[in-house]
Design a protein around this ligand. Sequence first.
Ligand code: ARG
Length: 459
Amino acid sequence: PSNAMWGGRFAAGPDAIMEAINASIGFDRRLARQDIEGSRAHAAMLAATGILTDSDAESIREGLLTVLSEIEGGDFAFSTALEDIHMNVEARLTELIGEPARRLHTGRSRNDQVALDFRMWVRDQCDAADGALAALQRALLAQAEAGADWVMPGFTHLQVAQPVTWGHHMLAYVEMLARDRGRFADARRRMNECPLGAAALAGTSFPIDRHMTAQALGFDRPAGNSLDAVSDRDFALEFLSAAAICATHLSRLAEELVIWSTAQFRFVRLSDRWSTGSSIMPQKRNPDAAELLRAKIGRILGSAIGLFTVMKGLPLAYSKDMQEDKEPVFDAADTLMLSLAAMTGMVSDMEARPDVLRAAAATGFSTATDLADWLVRELGLPFREAHHVTGALVAMAEGKGCDLPDLTLQDMQSVNGGITEGVFDVLGVDNSVRSRTSFGGTAPDQVRARIAHWKGVLG
Ligand code: ARG
């Protein structure tokens, strides 16, 4: 038998493999709620504009609620022959209420229907990502507050560079995640135009009210061009792009946690809840969650690249290629939400070791810059010369196998006669971080001010 929805001109039904490659019901059933919400708004609008009778619209709207409860109750027989969620819902509605169901698709096409459903789904994901990002920001903020003045090494090239504070390092990620939230919020704002009523591609001759459906479905306005409305998947690409950038941030933090939890670093202890054992090496506590988070970017970025590749070069308006838009977005959204939840759990539970951080902060001549700055400030040396003098002192300390504060005043004076006892004040890591008082710097007072700022933002 040929298809009940579009089979009028067909004598034979599709090949089984045609059906398999064509069907999207295996994944787009996730759009059921959005599909039904969209159809209920469409039916109400068709009644308000006199295109449908009130009683037909009422039975459609009621029937759709029944379909929704069947689907949500796991009590729905999805059919591959019916291709997708749109036709599965409509077919069931027809079984339930009969003839009025066959009037629902007036002034509408699956092209604007799917554009609507998917857009609403992605819009919800932007909101979910925002909430999950805020939760992770709070977890990082709690860590920052606990260790606003714990000194630790700051790195460049993964070599000790200058002392920073734990709070400062945690807040670096709070800033990144705030930008991620901004990207999801921007994407949401831009995607919030309603494609419904664009119909197949050209609009419709029925006197529909697109403003009414747009408003009912929480959109700012109807999309302004029907061709664009059914062809646009920018919203999905933007979501994936924002997700990829966010996952990049998570992977960087994850990598730091992997490094920090090694026996060589010992900066943090990940809790048992976020570690795993080895089946052969009884001593092991592996940071598997962090490693997986480090890897998830591959999957999310892969989804983004996949959809960009589908969309590039597609002529207007709808082509079936666009059915390939959903799986990458579903997978990326699921992966991102799981990653955010895992990172939030791991960060909340982890324990930094302030003594280890502090000891590490003093290694690697981390206060050499403080010494050079002191030579500039106290002796009036040009910075380049101060840099050179300090380099000589570092070489001397290295030769003696000690750190900068372990050199004697005579050692120092042998390189520059003007150096005085006061220099030792700036060689300690606490003085070093305390001196970094420029706005956004690592001085504990600056860090506390930034914590207060973020507390205000996050409530
Ligand atoms: N399942 C389809 C999709 O996801 C719905 C739109 C079908 N439109 C069409 N003209 N065949 O893209």
